[in-house]
Design a protein around this ligand. Structure first.
Ligand SMILES: Cc1cc2nc3c(=O)[nH]c(=O)nc-3n(C[C@H](O)[C@H](O)[C@H](O)COP(=O)(O)O)c2cc1C
Length: 368
């Protein structure tokens, strides 16, 4: 139960409903806002032990005390990166941030599929914009790797220029940058994954990175709704650049895993448990095509599913949706489970388990 160890504070009426059950009874966006407020007030549980040495990871030159990150979209406006780091995430990715502030799509735009522990969102990059997020981050020291996820304004006449501006603006503050071309909620954005557009985008982004005072690693975040031919194209394009890594994957437009369930027909991207198989298969298929670092995201909801991402080929992982259903103690369970799995295999570090089931995951023959 989230915040349950803070029982005296929970007597305050505003906080009384901030148990997992209470949050699940609220409208999803209200619940999210309440969680951010609670974290801002310093009510997050803090990690009280150092991470186990089995989880120490180097990712694109970044030293992580553990390879489990908060995925983009939870803290779009960099309101609580420090609280998230102190809870024990090895990396915290804020954003997506666009050059200008924008309101996003009309509400409601966030839905739970309780039956499948899935989430559908069509937020549409609601965020405070570069200036405000830059200001907030300039005043914050984050004791974890800080990722800044950048995007384009919906009404922008030049998507590529928006990304380049994001790189220039945030390179001095970020430990890594994520180029998000995979949100389904900004019309045309996913087209940037096509060969010609992606080539042009990465050239502009990496040129902007080259001019920054420090060399910040850049990751490209892709959609799971790409077939193997599209993955071939991405692999070919990135091989000709000095991109640092991939994030696989964003949310899916598919609904086969939730067909007939309440809210399943809402428009937007599906995440959580029903995304796990698809995103893990795409991760493995991408691992077959590149030796770059990959952050595996999508549907992680247990220590077993976290381990599966590494076995499929991830060097680090992120999660978001499962925290809605499982509560924040899931992070701790995942980290303990991963360290135990390393020891059970007679290994010393999680890196030794990376990719040992890539081919099976790519062929979709793993059952967990
Ligand atoms: C409400 C919500 C908002 C999101 N917003 C963003 C975003 O702004 N940028 C982005 O790259 N991914 C965004 N995502 C996608 C997540 O970062 C992640 O890739 C996806 O949810 C799969 O992971 P999960 O199943 O653990 O949630 C969002 C996801 C959710 C549920």
């Amino acid at each position: 139960m989230i915040f349950s160890h803070l029982s005296p504070l929970l007597r305050l009426p505003v906080l009384a409903s901030l148990t997992r059950e209470g949050l699940l009874r609220m409208d999803p966006e209200t619940a999210h806002g309440a969680t951010i407020s609670a974290l801002r007030l310093g009510l997050a549980p803090e990690q009280d032990q150092a991470d186990p040495p089995e989880l120490k990871t180097t990712l694109a030159g970044l030293d992580l005390t553990n390879p489990v990150g908060m995925a983009a979209g939870f803290d779009k406006n960099a309101e609580v990166p420090r609280a998230l780091a102190r809870m024990g995430f090895g990396m915290v990715e804020i954003g997506t941030v666009t050059p200008l502030p924008q309101a996003g799509n009309p509400k409601p735009r966030l839905f739970r599929i309780a039956e499948a522990e899935g989430v559908i969102n069509r937020m549409g990059f609601n965020n405070d914009g570069h200036d405000e997020v830059f200001r907030r981050l300039s005043e914050t020291r984050v004791p974890a790797a800080l990722g800044i996820n950048i995007g384009a304004n919906k009404e922008s006449a030049d998507f590529v220029a928006d990304y380049a501006r994001g790189v220039t603006r945030f390179a001095p503050l970020a430990d890594y940058l994520t180029v998000n071309v995979s949100s389904p909620n900004t019309p045309g954005l996913r087209d940037l994954q096509h060969e010609e557009a992606l080539t042009r985008l990465l050239a502009a982004v990496l040129e902007a990175r080259g001019k920054a005072p420090v060399r910040v690693p850049v990751f490209l975040k892709i959609a799971p709704d790409l077939d193997e031919t599209a993955l071939d194209v991405i692999a070919k394009v990135i091989a000709a650049t000095n991109l640092d890594g991939l994030i696989v994957s964003n949310t899916t437009l598919r609904r086969d895993t939730v067909a007939g369930m309440e809210n399943a027909d809402e428009k937007g991207g599906l995440s959580g448990k029903p995304l796990f198989d698809l995103s893990t298969r795409r991760l493995a298929q991408m691992r077959q095509r590149t030796s770059l670092p990959i952050i595996g995201v999508g549907g992680i909801h247990s220590p077993q599913t976290a381990l599966a991402k590494f076995e499929a080929g991830a060097n680090a992982i992120q999660l978001y949706s499962a925290l809605v259903f499982g509560g924040l103690d899931l992070l701790d369970r995942i980290k303990r489970g991963l360290a135990a799995a390393v020891r059970a295999e007679g290994k010393r570090n999680i890196a030794e388990l990376v990719g040992r089931k890539t081919d099976a995951w790519a062929a979709d023959v793993v059952d967990i």
